[in-house]
Design a protein around this ligand. Sequence first.
Ligand code: SF4
Length: 51
Amino acid sequence: MERILCEVNNCSYWGDGNKCTADAIYVVSHTGDKAETSEETDCKTFKPEKH
Ligand code: SF4
């Protein structure tokens, strides 16, 4: 997605310019279905790059 910027450059969806190339991403919370800080959230769509 052009508008999603991401620094996780070992994800297979990561592209140049820190752009996420997935059609959609799924963001999850570490603390149930709510979060207090951004640190408590994560991208579940992350897929490690194949080597
Ligand atoms: S899928 Fe998630 S971790 Fe992977 S590039 Fe996109 S936003 Fe980053």
